[in-house]
Design a protein around this ligand. Sequence first.
Ligand SMILES: Cc1cc2nc3c(=O)[nH]c(=O)nc-3n(C[C@H](O)[C@H](O)[C@H](O)COP(=O)(O)O)c2cc1C
Length: 368
Amino acid sequence: MTACSVPSPIFSHISLGRLGLANRIVMAPMTRSRAGPQRVPSRLAATYYAQRATAGLIITEGAHVSPEGVGFPGTPGMHTNEQADGWGSVTREVHAAGGRIYLQLWHVGRVSHVSMQPGGAPPVAPSAVALDRSIYTETGLQPASAPRALERAEIRVVIEQFGRAARLAHDAGFDGVDIHAANGYLIDQFLRDGTNRRADEYGGSIDNRARFLLDIFEAASAVWGPAQVGVRISPLHPHNGMHDSDPQALFRYVAHSLAELGAGYLHVVEPGAGHPSSTAAGLHMIRALRQAFPNRLMLDGGLDRSSAERAISASKADLVALATPFIANPDLVERLAKGLKLALADPRVYYEGGAAGYIDYPSFCGRE
Ligand SMILES: Cc1cc2nc3c(=O)[nH]c(=O)nc-3n(C[C@H](O)[C@H](O)[C@H](O)COP(=O)(O)O)c2cc1C
């Protein structure tokens, strides 16, 4: 595929730590809930990701770092040898197809239900602040279960679980890891003061609330080196009942600290990030993060070819992540390069459904 024949900044080569990426289009992480009750990535997952290997970089769906990190049916983990073997097949097939792939490390925290927790225990969180909404469980929608606050000593255990998952990812042949600190899951629950009411060194001031993320970052960098570790944040996103009293100050501190530690990228997901000027606060936030984080900045949320090009041309970002367009367009990069029509995905099979709506979307040429 000769995407480079089209003069557009999104198809240009870029380095990411030790890696060279063929283009700047990233396949954003997407949970597809097809890992079954053992939560082991299947052969289908290897085919699905390999079909999308022309993305400059693939970030996998979230992989939980422990049984307590689970909050959705059928999501894969990265804490057992079987799971690591399953991911090994994924990385082999993606690399054979010429792609690059990072594993997203995930812990849902309070976004869970007792039916998905070991021994039916309450989910864990920085503080006992419940999520006021229903979530998907094996038996349909249920109100999220009230969480309990992690004990001080347990926080260290969770940090080590992230470090172990980073090690398993390394041994399974990934090219790096993406730490999921966005969208209201455990790390985000520590970051934002709407959910973090702790009085110890993991709560209160901004530097205390950021400590959990930075400790996890250091655990992953001990395995990978900081340049192969990226962090995903969603500073203004209210998803999963999130809010903060001063997101500008909090996320400037996070970006600055991660820059000092040498993080490979900062991955910013916001509603309409493709159009940051549509909200003054969003534009202001992205400018502030750009200033605080001189390494690779990745934008995600509602992007299409022209908004992605504008973001790169105006130096708002170095990389652009697209999610839903990759579901029905395995050859998305080629379609964008050649201006081909994009297929629409069927949202009924975003989650679960086996091969249907997963590996059966043809490439554009395959339709002819
Ligand atoms: C089916 C689906 C599953 C998703 N799963 C994840 C996930 O596992 N981790 C994550 O960080 N974001 C996840 N997201 C959010 C996407 O990565 C992305 O931020 C969002 O879809 C906006 O991008 P888009 O407008 O290009 O689709 C998911 C989105 C979709 C549609």
